[in-house]
Design a protein. Structure first.
Length: 224
């Protein structure tokens, strides 16, 4: 499904080079749930953004479903991210002026597939929201939801275009431990039901144990 080869990421800060990633190699198989664990500031989010086509590496390449992610056009990369990769972030990134249902439908409106049926998209969104217990919150706005409810909305939004890969960046970082456990259980259940590949990055080793395979990010490199 995904292979990263010799990934380096260097930032320039105050005239000094900061080597964040130092030759990352990682493979994620079809249907695998992989977790990457490391302390805050270790570069986990940077790595995830590179794997998902959001940030270019200084060196190295990423191959997703047989395509060189950073060797294709920007337009093709945008289509890949929208249709084939789902994202769930720590800070939810819901649009405050849109309802829950409208936030969930956004990826389907951005994806310009002339065969897409708006009625089918609405039906799918409502079914997903019912599955995560938000059937009575569809017309609410983000500021009317708890943190756990907002994260469930973000997860459903990430699933709307039936991605092959779901990337989760500290999805429980803003939640209490009980709600965080519930969110990880939800991600694991969705992974099992939908058969997609999942990459979870977190600083919490206990949460990461839900994954099939665990990597540790230390000093800019991955170790098993």
């Amino acid at each position: 499904m995904l292979e990263a080869r010799n990934i380096h990421k260097v930032y320039n800060s105050g005239g000094k080079k900061l080597d964040v990633l130092k030759g990352i190699n990682v493979t994620v198989e079809n249907g695998e749930f992989a977790a990457i664990v490391g302390p805050s500031g270790a570069g986990k989010s940077t790595l995830l953004h590179i794997l998902g086509g959001l940030d270019r590496p200084t060196q190295g390449n990423v191959v997703f479903a047989g395509e060189d992610v950073y060797g294709i056009s920007d337009a093709s990369l945008c289509r890949m991210r929208n249709k084939r990769i789902g994202f769930v972030f720590q800070f939810y990134h819901l649009l405050s002026e849109f309802t829950v249902l409208e936030n969930v439908l956004l990826p389907t409106r951005i994806y310009r597939d002339r065969k897409a049926d708006p009625d089918e998209s609405h039906k799918k969104a409502r079914e997903f929201l019912r599955e995560v217990g938000l059937q009575n919150r569809m017309k609410h706005f983000p500021n009317q939801l708890s943190g756990g409810e907002q994260q469930r909305v973000a997860i459903v939004r990430g699933l709307m275009n039936a991605p092959d890969l779901l990337l989760c960046d500290e999805p429980t970082g803003n939640l209490d431990s009980k709600t965080g456990d519930d969110i990880i259980a939800l991600i694991k259940r969705i992974h099992s039901q939908e058969g997609m590949s999942v990459i979870l990055v977190t600083h919490n080793l206990e949460l990461a144990k839900a994954a099939d395979r665990l990597h540790h990010l230390r000093d800019g490199v991955l170790v098993n």
